[in-house]
Structure formats: C-alpha cells, structure tokens
Design a protein around this ligand. Structure first.
Ligand code: ZN
Length: 77
C-alpha cells in the first residue's frame, strides 16, 4: 500500500511534453521549452495529453466541404 502510494507519487512529479519530449512539472499548462500548450493530465506513457485542436478540425472540415462543393459544381451541376 505504502509502496504503491510512493510509486504513484514518483510517477506524477513530472510529465513529458508531447511535442519536444522535455520534462515539465505536473501542474504546468504550457511547455517551457517549445511553448506548446499541454493538459495537466498525462497518458500511460508519462506524456502530457494534448488539448484538442478545434481550429485544425474546423479547417479540415471546411477544406473537405470546399472540395465537395467544387466536385458538385464542376461535374454535377
Ligand atoms: Zn515542449
């Protein structure tokens, strides 16, 4: 019990930046090396979880929508 608790404490003192692999304190929200924003939580490999990049999802969706409209306009209309 005590051993497991100590091990858990050791595991959670530092996390790794997913972008540059630098080690960061657990409570930081931004990497001190590359300024990548990271989540406070870590995954099973000890790397900080990346926040969801909604802007990238939106851009992906818009580019696909643009492509579909283009195909419709050129071949179907
Ligand atoms: Zn970093």
């Amino acid at each position: 019990m005590t051993m497991a608790k100590a091990q858990k404490g050791l595991m959670t003192t530092a996390k790794k930046c997913p972008a540059c692999f630098g080690s960061l304190p657990m409570d930081t929200k931004e990497c001190t090396y590359c300024n990548q924003s990271v989540k406070a939580s870590i995954n099973k490999h000890g790397y900080a979880n990346k926040p969801i990049n909604w802007y990238a999802y939106l851009m992906c969706f818009l580019s696909w929508a643009g492509l579909m409209i283009y195909i419709w306009w050129v071949f179907i209309k």
